[in-house]
Design a protein around this ligand. Structure first.
Ligand SMILES: Nc1ncnc2c1ncn2[C@@H]1O[C@H](COP(=O)(O)OP(=O)(O)OP(=O)(O)O)[C@@H](O)[C@H]1O
Ligand SMILES: [Mg+2]
Length: 293
């Protein structure tokens, strides 16, 4: 598995992550049948999928198996390509119609959205804020570096592993993209994380991923639900796209962090920062202490 541990010394090189991930034991496998798994329990579900905890008997490991309606060659190519310690490791797929499953590493801490709810208003400590912001950003940086827009960056799509690392999952909406690609349908429940151009023009890109990442960093900062007071997702979309509203940043937030989050949410997508720049700010802890005690 990954020979990568947090916290780790900062090497100063953006290749650092890739250097540690070339591991032959992680070969992607085309799995012949679902008979190779012992099913344990349902651990999550989304609009068009169910995710089960299972044992891969041959390998004697616990995995998560996501049942999907179909898997296109394009999706398979993306799943085979992505490899990064801040992204859930895809172990293989079952693509024998009518059974389509994505087999991946199991994250026992659940998703970030649910984790923050359990905090019931108390805030993440500074070191966790910095660590998880770094993980969240690195995942987006890595995808951008191989020209992939995830297009559904949100806290329910970040999972917490047994090592308390944060890892991005859910590549159902990911697309290879240099520029913008059109969004055909909006994922249910993703509106608080959607950039205004996604709402208005149905246009998703690496820069809309940066907007969404800004919302995730805001969640790590506040522990709150973005637009938690809104009546429904249409109200959120109207406020964001037509009225230019954004979540409120607490007054005691360090100024540099405030500016960085606000820059992720700029209307002009080309003026939003690169994930690399966000990562550098986080890694150098340039905001100083987050919570003033
Ligand atoms: N590898 C995993 N380990 C543990 N739990 C997982 C794993 N993958 C997914 N889950 C759980 O299942 C939920 C849904 O997974 P995922 O986001 O991949 O499905 P989805 O159908 O695309 O969901 P949505 O439509 O809501 O985005 C996650 O939020 C998480 O709680
Ligand atoms: Mg999801």
């Amino acid at each position: 598995m990954w020979n990568f541990h947090w916290p780790r010394p900062w090497s100063g090189s953006s290749d650092y992550y890739q250097l540690n991930t070339n591991n032959n034991n992680d070969e992607f496998e085309d799995i012949a049948s679902i008979g190779k798994f012992e099913w344990m329990e349902l651990c999550g579900s989304g609009s068009f999928s169910s995710v089960y905890k299972a044992t891969w008997t041959e390998r004697n490991i616990t995995v998560a198996a996501k049942k999907v309606l179909s898997l296109s060659q394009k999706e398979l190519d993306i799943l085979k390509t992505i490899k990064n310690p801040c992204i859930i490791n895809i172990l293989g797929v079952i693509s024998q119609s009518p059974d389509f499953y994505i087999i991946m590493e199991y994250a026992n801490g659940g998703n970030l959205f649910n984790y923050l709810r359990k905090l019931k208003g108390s805030k993440l400590p500074d070191d966790t804020f910095y660590q998880w912001s770094e993980h969240a950003t690195e995942a987006v940086r890595y995808l951008g570096s191989i020209n992939i827009a995830h297009r559904d960056i949100k806290s329910p799509n970040y999972l917490i592993t047994s090592a308390r690392d944060l890892k991005l999952c859910d590549f159902g909406t990911a697309k290879v993209s240099n520029e913008g690609t059109s969004v055909t349908s909006h994922e249910k429940g993703s509106s608080p994380w959607m950039a205004p151009e996604m709402i208005r023009d149905k246009l998703a890109s690496k820069k809309s991923d940066v907007y969404s990442l800004g919302i995730v960093i805001w969640e790590l900062l506040t522990g709150e639900i973005p637009y938690g007071q809104a009546d429904n997702q249409y109200q959120i979309m109207y406020l964001v796209a037509e009225k230019g509203e954004r979540p409120l940043i607490p007054e005691d937030c360090p100024q540099l962090l405030r500016r960085l989050i606000l820059s992720c949410w700029l209307e002009d997508r080309d003026s939003r920062p690169t994930p690399q720049l966000i990562l550098e700010r986080i890694q150098t802890k340039s905001f100083g202490p987050i919570r003033k005690s």
